[in-house]
Design a protein around this ligand. Structure first.
Ligand code: TNX
Length: 513
């Protein structure tokens, strides 16, 4: 008996420690240490002969390696696309001696290989002339295709600089979808040429200050951010929230309102007027030209908060009679079907929140954000209908919930809040494998609603380090997760946050909140 214990201590313990020893997040699928270290002359810049990937390599030089100011030496990266490997985003990186090689299935894979290299580079040791990195062969691919983040800028507006910083950190963590929640009750936040008042009037006020001057993105800003994201392998998904959460729009164009209920002034679009559809299809046309993702999110959440107003709205009553509808939710579904149809005619996929699952949207080409973790039946129904699903349950993926019991600013339901380890262990800690292993579950997404988020500082405090935990949850499965090893790697990343001047939560040294 004693012998076995001894064996375990001697052989297994060092093995476990050896695992995940590099400061990489998300941790790659397979890491083999090579005998020779990788040596990169100090102040090197990377380059490639492969024309197609010059831009990607330049990105590495510019954004991820800011410490390198001058090109004293050149370090070549060999890049090739391997047509046999069809898993999107997969890559191998081999680096030792003076040779760095990335082989990938696609451009995303090349980018991820580069990010892995840049993370290695950040914690490299150096001697007088060289940066010394461990020699490695890495074989890697993402677990989920959709690894997203959503920012609500209707409740509070953060602007280009903050958004670009988020996008750069997302890229650093290999996240690849950014959902922009730019319209809601507290403000419409982007320019629509055909209806200028949406931004200039609908963009006035925010959640904490109804008198704030209009804040919104011009179409030029939107394009600039789309290009910035594209360079970082991130697709932007625009959301136009409807028919509820529409007060930003209806405050600018009151004729579009479906009515008012106590506490929810002009909360819905009127589902019974042709002018509503004309107007929204013009808005969607502009959205289509601004965002190349070919996915438009049409909202569909919490319409019932404002639906009572429809019971006394003569237009809606007429619609119900004409279509022989017996219930107001049928008017909601009628609205969503018409809008979904418009979006599809524009050549885009439809996305929606999970309340819209029973609406009977026209085809299976629908992607659902499942957020109501207390309604597993809604997730089941979406999957039964053949919809694709992105998991973003409130617990643990809503980042407006605080990270720790001691935190005072942010959302908390009694003892319920979302620690970075809850995020890290998703989805296994929250869902049955019969659910999250379904092929139609295409990924996960963290959402930051900003009713309680007024400053950039608070935003960062809610994002970090949970964004890192979420990136690893989207990349690897539970058997390779280990709190102790993750914490060790995370400690190194907290230093990067510090160097970048972020205001982050430090779980190992909790002090401020
Ligand atoms: C519900 S999640 C909402 C948002 C709120 C959020 C706060 C969803 C689709 N709708 O409008 O901001 O809760 O946690």
């Amino acid at each position: 008996m004693k012998k076995y214990v001894l064996l375990l201590t001697v052989f297994l313990f060092p093995c476990v420690l050896y695992a995940q020893e590099l400061n990489l997040i998300p941790y790659p699928n397979e890491v083999t240490r090579l005998k020779d270290n990788l040596l990169i002359a100090k102040n090197s810049r990377f380059y490639t002969d492969n024309q197609k990937f010059k831009g990607v390599v330049n990105y590495l030089n510019e954004d991820l390696n800011k410490a390198v100011k001058k090109a004293l030496a050149m370090q070549k990266i060999q890049i090739s696309i391997n047509g046999n490997n069809t898993t999107p985003g997969s890559y191998t990186l081999s680096a030792s001696g003076k040779i760095i090689k990335i082989t990938a299935a696609d451009r995303a894979g090349v980018f991820y290989g580069m990010i892995t290299l840049s993370q290695l580079y950040r914690s490299a040791k150096s001697d007088y002339t060289n940066m010394i990195l461990p020699g490695v062969k890495i074989t890697d691919q993402p677990r989920y295709q959709w690894r997203g983040f959503m920012l609500d800028e209707s409740r509070h507006f953060f602007g280009k600089k903050v958004v670009k910083s988020i996008l750069s950190w997302m890229a650093f963590y290999k996240l690849n979808r950014f959902q922009r929640h730019l319209t809601d009750a507290q403000g419409w936040r982007f320019e629509v040429k055909k209806y200028p008042l949406l931004a200039t009037k609908g963009g006035k006020g925010n959640f904490t200050d109804s008198t704030a001057k209009a804040q919104y993105y011009t179409q030029k800003d939107i394009k600039e951010i789309v290009a910035f994201a594209k360079r970082r392998n991130i697709e932007i998904i625009p959301e136009i929230d409807m028919p509820g959460h529409a007060t930003g729009a209806t405050s600018a164009y009151p004729e579009l309102s479906g009515g008012t209920t106590p506490g929810y002034e002009n909360f819905t679009f009127n589902p019974a007027k042709e002018t509503t559809y004309k107007y929204l299809s013009n808005v969607l046309k502009e959205v289509r030209t601004l965002f190349p993702a070919h996915v438009i999110h049409i909202g569909g959440d919490e319409v019932t908060l404002g639906i009572k107003a429809w019971e006394t709205n003569p237009d809606v009553l007429r619609l119900l009679a004409a279509k022989k509808m017996t219930d107001y939710r049928q008017a909601e579904f009628y609205f969503l079907k018409r809008i979904a149809d418009t979006v599809q005619k524009l050549g885009c996929r439809v996305m929606c929140w999970d309340e819209a699952v029973p609406a009977g949207l026209p085809t299976a080409k629908v992607v659902v954000n499942w957020w109501r973790q207390n309604k597993p039946e809604s997730l089941a129904e979406a999957l039964n209908k053949g919809y694709k699903v992105v998991l973003c349950p409130r617990l643990p993926l809503y980042f407006d919930f605080v990270q720790d019991s001691t935190h005072v600013s942010g959302r908390k339901w009694g003892k319920l809040y979302n620690t970075y380890l809850d995020v890290y262990h998703f989805p296994e800690n929250a869902l049955a494998d019969t659910v999250y292993k379904k092929a139609n579950v295409i990924g996960l997404q963290a959402n930051l609603w900003t009713e309680t988020v007024v400053t950039k500082k608070r935003l960062e405090y809610l994002l970090f380090p949970r964004l890192a935990a979420m990136a690893e949850a989207g990349w690897v499965a539970e058997p390779t997760k280990n709190d102790e090893l993750f914490n060790k790697r995370l400690s190194a990343h907290l230093q990067y946050y510090k160097q970048a001047g972020l205001y982050y939560y430090d779980p190992f040294n909790p002090g401020y909140h």
